[in-house]
Design a protein. Structure first.
Length: 241
């Protein structure tokens, strides 16, 4: 079954808005694991507007499932943070400084040389590497030449088209990208704008899907449904029929 990694950035955003420690990010991560999540994802950014670098060190001590750290490896501070905490997985995202949220994948052809170098550094430290990519076959092929272990399919396009066009046309590029990744021996993750409306269809129609990372939608749903209940509802979307 596809694993669910819960991105806890939004919990950190809420905490930071008042300057104290409510809600308690570390306790929330422990509870989310207890509620059934298969992993915890964080995406620290240079301005620390949600996850702080200090949080990563504290989370490393309590996470017993899978720890996934996302970020742009062009920031030396990020590379140092990852190497100091040796998560189970690092997900490389080509974010610009100050970017609100991730909005595109790597150009794995243009930046192939750079990606090879940084991936070798992380893999040399025993960290599984995933790189953020759009569902474009040339980008999947390029990813296969970088030495990465996995790709993470950027799913905002799927989520948008799921609402405005046929579900089949929305998922088709992702299915084809996944097939190509499987041919190349790459593991497949996915994330961005997946929610209770579109997650099950995506999971059921994308072959080889190992993991999804979900934050904003899951935490938003938890305001109405409760955190434990929401984690379980999302997990049920990933059960194969």
């Amino acid at each position: 079954m596809t694993k669910l990694s819960v991105n806890i950035n939004k919990i950190a955003t809420l905490r930071n808005s008042r300057g104290g420690n409510t809600p308690d990010l570390i306790k929330a991560a422990v509870d989310i694991q207890h509620f059934g999540a298969d992993g915890i994802t964080v995406h620290p950014r240079p301005d620390e507007r949600h996850i702080r670098y200090k949080d990563v060190y504290e989370l490393k001590q309590v996470i017993t499932t899978e720890f996934n750290i996302e970020g742009n490896p062009r920031e030396k501070k990020f590379v140092d943070l990852v190497l100091a905490n040796t998560p189970d997985q690092v997900t490389l995202v080509p974010d610009a400084m100050g970017q609100l949220t991730s909005d595109h994948g790597w150009d794995t052809v243009t930046h192939q040389g750079y990606l090879k170098e940084v991936i070798e550094i992380f893999r040399g430290a025993g960290i599984r590497v995933s790189i953020f990519v759009d569902p474009v076959l040339d980008m999947i092929s390029g990813a296969g030449d970088t030495g990465t272990d996995r790709i993470e399919l950027y799913t905002e396009g799927y989520a948008k088209h799921f609402l405005t066009s046929s579900h089949e046309s929305a998922v088709s590029p992702y299915r084809e990208a996944a097939k190509k990744a499987v041919e190349l021996g790459l593991g497949i993750n996915a994330g961005h704008d997946l929610d209770l409306h579109n997650l099950h269809y995506f999971s059921a129609h994308v072959p080889g899907l190992l993991e999804v990372s979900i934050g904003h939608a899951l935490i938003s749903d938890a305001l109405y449904l409760g955190l434990e209940n929401t984690v379980q509802i999302y997990k049920r979307q990933l059960i194969e029929e």
